[in-house]
Design a protein around this ligand. Sequence first.
Ligand code: COA
Ligand code: ZN
Length: 301
Amino acid sequence: MSEPDVRVYEVGPRDGLQNEAAPIGTDAKLRFIELLADAGLREIEATSFVSPRAIPQLADADDLMARLERRDGVRYPVLVPNARGLERAEAAGADAVCVFTAASEAFTQHNINMSIAESIEAFGPVVVTARDRGWWSRGYVSTAFGCPYSGEVDEAAVVDVANRLLVLGVDEVSIGDTIGVAGPADVRRVLGALLAAGIGTERLAMHFHDTRGTALANVSAALELGIRCFDASTGGTGGCPYAPGAAGNLATEDLVYLLEREGLSHGVDLDRLLVAARHVSDTLARPLGTKVGQAGGWRLP
Ligand code: COA
Ligand code: ZN
């Protein structure tokens, strides 16, 4: 099978579910991941090996990863903040890890209780070990477009953190609008700075939240600048407990529909994806709120 034009990187099981208040059973999460793979997704961020006190919803990470039936050709990355997380991830059979920091000092402090510099220092050994093991790795730059604690974020700070993660050796960086405040002009500004600094589009992913309805417009702007990897959450769930006001991620079904209309291949079957989206809404016992989730794909009369 040829490579799709665009990589759709699914974050539903992790970013999507991490902030849900009601407990979600491991079986329901595993079923969700299975349905996502059935729909053709090839990168499914499965869970986080973080402090269970920081993210109680993902406290079952060890059990979930141990029970996950991996499929050939599917990558199941997990978040790892430190050596302890790496040990747990390895014991559970993970082979793709993400470290995560932010472009804003205030957010990094609230989210992981470290300064940005401390976080880079802490992740160094995680990324080196991952590389030694031949694992894939990614670095997140959260709050690249705005911080819930300190407001506007300078694109120079985004470039600096992205570069520091790449120097550590991650395969790619994902640039996040954690609280969903960006518009297309912000995307051009921040991405323009990253590209001008010499970071190639093949090492960049964009991570938009649709808090204010701008996520798809932002995807379009990023596509025009050559970005070919987007994070999205099936069912449109998502938020971070340390980012007050952060609502859902860009919904994978909305992203896939847009890509379809742009004539870009993505490898995802929209009908099957909607089965996974409905599983999420059934599990959370609330209606599916995404645009394409409600309307479905376009069936010609
Ligand atoms: N797995 C399990 N437990 C862990 C852990 C890990 N990877 N890392 C730390 N812990 C535990 C420690 O054992 C300690 O437990 P205790 O209080 O029972 O002794 C507790 O967590 C605090 O550990 P400490 O080393 O003092 O770290 P901290 O309190 O400064 O927290 C992080 C730092 C990074 C571990 C924590 O803030 C975290 O996990 N954040 C994740 C936030 C997140 O995932 N946000 C959403 C993604 S953007
Ligand atoms: Zn997010």
